[in-house]
Design a protein around this ligand. Sequence first.
Ligand code: FAD
Length: 629
Amino acid sequence: MAVQNEVIVVGGGLAGLSAAMRLAEHGIFVHLVSLTKVKRSHSVCAQGGINAAVNLKNEGDSPYIHAYETIKGGDFLANQPQVVEMCLAAPNIIKMLDRFGCTFNRNMEGGLDVRRFGGTTFNRTVYCGSSTGQQLLYALDEQVRRYEVKGLVKKYEHHEFMRLILDEQGVARGIVMMDHYNLKLEILKANAVIVGSGGLGFMFKKSTNSTICTGAANGRLFMQGMEYANGEFIQIHPTSIPGHDKLRLMTETLRGFARVWVYGDETKQIKDENGQWIPCGKTGERWYFLEDMYKLLGNLVPRDIAARAIHQVCELGLGVEGRKQVYLDCTGFDETLVKKFFSVFEIYQKFTGEDPRIKPMKIYPGVHYTMGGAYVDYPAEEDGDRHLRFKYMTNLTGCFNVGESQYGIHGANRLGGNSLISCIFDGLVVGDEIVNYLHRLVQDYKEISEEIFEKSLAKEQAFKHELMSKKGDENIHQLHEELSEILVRDCTVVRYNEGLKKAIEGIKRIKERYKNIKLDDTSNDLNQTFIFANQFKGMLEIALVIAKGALLRDESRGGHFKPDYPERDDHNFLKHTIAAYDPDQPEPVMSFRDVDVRYFSVAKRDYKKKVTLESLDLSKIPTHLPAYV
Ligand SMILES: Cc1cc2nc3c(=O)[nH]c(=O)nc-3n(C[C@H](O)[C@H](O)[C@H](O)COP(=O)(O)OP(=O)(O)OC[C@H]3O[C@@H](n4cnc5c(N)ncnc54)[C@H](O)[C@@H]3O)c2cc1C
């Protein structure tokens, strides 16, 4: 029987939508499954912009500099072929989005406008006011709708991915999904599954992420045998507004115009970028500490560096009003800037009651982004076995993973503006890869025994029944509260081995208590408690991966900082941490795998000198790489 061109895409964010669009362009039928309405996917929250070295200000920018700065920003833990291909494709991806009618900001001549984000000296970020994610998501949604009308895409919104269906050879053949309105479990069949399920900030409870960002989809896949990489790398964004319910992001691009400061205290000292102790400004005067500590990039140092500096300054007792907060000062903005940042100012005013045009904002670092994720393959074009491997395929045959839920591009720290481009890039690439995958697949899902599908469904039904019937005395939201306290305390800006060991034991205790929960709602209608309790199982497994990965990595790299091991240790840890699940083990099974560093030499990461094209050795990069757009 001919293999049907039929694929499931789990996730309607930028990664999922761009995959769906590309698959449909190839004439492949797409089942698009999403927890929420596709247009409510978390990508809609992205504010600041999307990176591409379009060099619109004639600064000498180039995709190769973009690639190098991405790799350096990630403290050399990113896989270089993937980064280089993304950065080379990025300018054309922007042109594609512009053609789709995405409402990018324009300069006075009508061309695209660009601005600066962290970790670079170039204006490389294309943007749509402060709602870039929304505009991109809507632009891609429109494209996908065109294919929906043509009968090539079928959407299952408010449906949750629960389980991957694997045939006897371990090949992905479909999923079990759950309708969120009535909790009905259903089988969906296809010849490949692409997962683009986004980040996991909600595990930490308070983060800049939405409540749907639980990481549960990856948690479930992990428990089914999917390897998970670099779990310990969680990005803490330097500028969020602390809130009782959640943290709200103040976009990084504000730091291109605003200045971060606290009142100085010359009796105290801090280390600058040269490792020299410098006084903390002058007592009683404004101290622009990032500018003082990092001369070239100043306020626009990468996020891990800025977050650590803010944390240190507050630990020294210099936080504004004696609290854990510093000023982000936008009070001098002219009307044009106020207009550009209107929506973020509105958010700030709404949630703090203060007008950032009059009073400096008070901000503090907050959990923001997941660098780690599903381990996926990424063969380089020049690899001898390229034709036998598939970009973005996990270790589960036929199951691919893209966007924030995969691990490969951002290494130990993501640069601002790089996620949106990576999500769209991933989707386009995986769409092309699937064509080859389907060509090579010998058996169609229709030839797979019905028993295989029914068994998977039965497993989910049994778990649903088990959860609903529990009569213990633990409350799922209380367990989440305690999990988040552990993760925030031990797995964010600063990490200590003693704390991490306690964190692992604490998570294991929560796992035990989870067996003893009782749901306060056991109905089948819109039962949010059941939905969350079900997700929590996978979240606990990934929480263990985060803590254990952090414990084993005795070095400091990007977003992972251990004061007891303050240096990067390439000898032992220029490696991806790989976690695997073993139901018979109390903790994930960890190993390390080499990073693909074939194009650029690994170097010390500092920001004292501007990167130029002339300063880069590009001799190892092939001249012909796929364009994708
Ligand atoms: C406040 C904020 C601002 C940001 N600003 C920027 C920025 O300016 N520039 C930048 O580059 N990056 C930014 N980012 C990061 C960027 O927005 C995200 O990394 C990116 O949008 C993630 O896209 P995605 O497609 O991978 O996932 P998402 O957009 O999160 O989409 C995930 C999809 O998966 C679905 N899903 C999840 N689990 C399941 C399941 N079990 N079953 C079915 N469906 C499921 C969801 O419904 C959703 O459709 C920002 C992030 C935040 C939080």
